[in-house]
Design a protein around this ligand. Sequence first.
Ligand code: HEM
Length: 224
Amino acid sequence: MGLLKSSIGRKFAMALSAFFLMFFLLQHFAINITSIFPDNGATFNKLSHFMGTNGLVQYVMQPILIFGVVFHFVMGFILELKNNSARKVSYAKNNGAANSTWMSRNMIWSGLAILAFVVLHFIDFWFPEINTKFIQGDWSGLHDGEFRYFHELQHKFLSPIRVGAYVVAFVFLAMHLLHGFNSAFQSVGANNKYTKGLKTFSKIYAIGIPVGFIIIALFHHFNH
Ligand code: HEM
């Protein structure tokens, strides 16, 4: 993996994994937003059942996604450590605020907050799903003769503590994406006449998606 030995190569790989995760997040949002449609979860149940039982999704896309998540976190730590050790003697006066934003200097912290969220989120949704399907061997998606996905989702958002933790995590996600999206475009060299358009798009995505997730969590907390 010669590419990952150079600093530019590592930034490029980091950007590619970031784009991949942003694409995942968009499709994850597109499916989850259907849970607030006024059809009592019918669309959400259908989509969840398809995603949860389709062979391509389960055995090809899901492992790629897990690899992408782990790669992004591990690479983020490596980049952070390398950045810190690149200068053996620290600046006498490190006035970072003069030439970089607070968020760009703290990607590792917003990243760690998102990592904590992902762990909680896996305990909430992913592990029970793996347990039902792969350990108990129940692929029917049913509970008492009805699809179970929508009720499970509603149940999770009853707790104000969990909803609060999710909302805080989504605010960190917005901050991480606000800097991360621009940084990723920069790393793949997309710094040209389209930059202004890309910046606007990044902002809409970075704020729109987390706000959308916040709406979903609050909606289920207040409507069940
Ligand atoms: C209100 C917001 C959200 C809801 C309701 C939600 C819901 C769910 C559900 C139901 C699953 C289980 C899918 C399955 O395996 O069958 C899941 C999995 C997952 N979610 Fe979320 N999610 C939300 C936000 C997020 C965010 C913001 C992220 C990333 C930062 C995220 C990352 C993941 C990942 C990586 C998985 C595992 C995917 C898989 O392999 O199935 N989720 N989510």
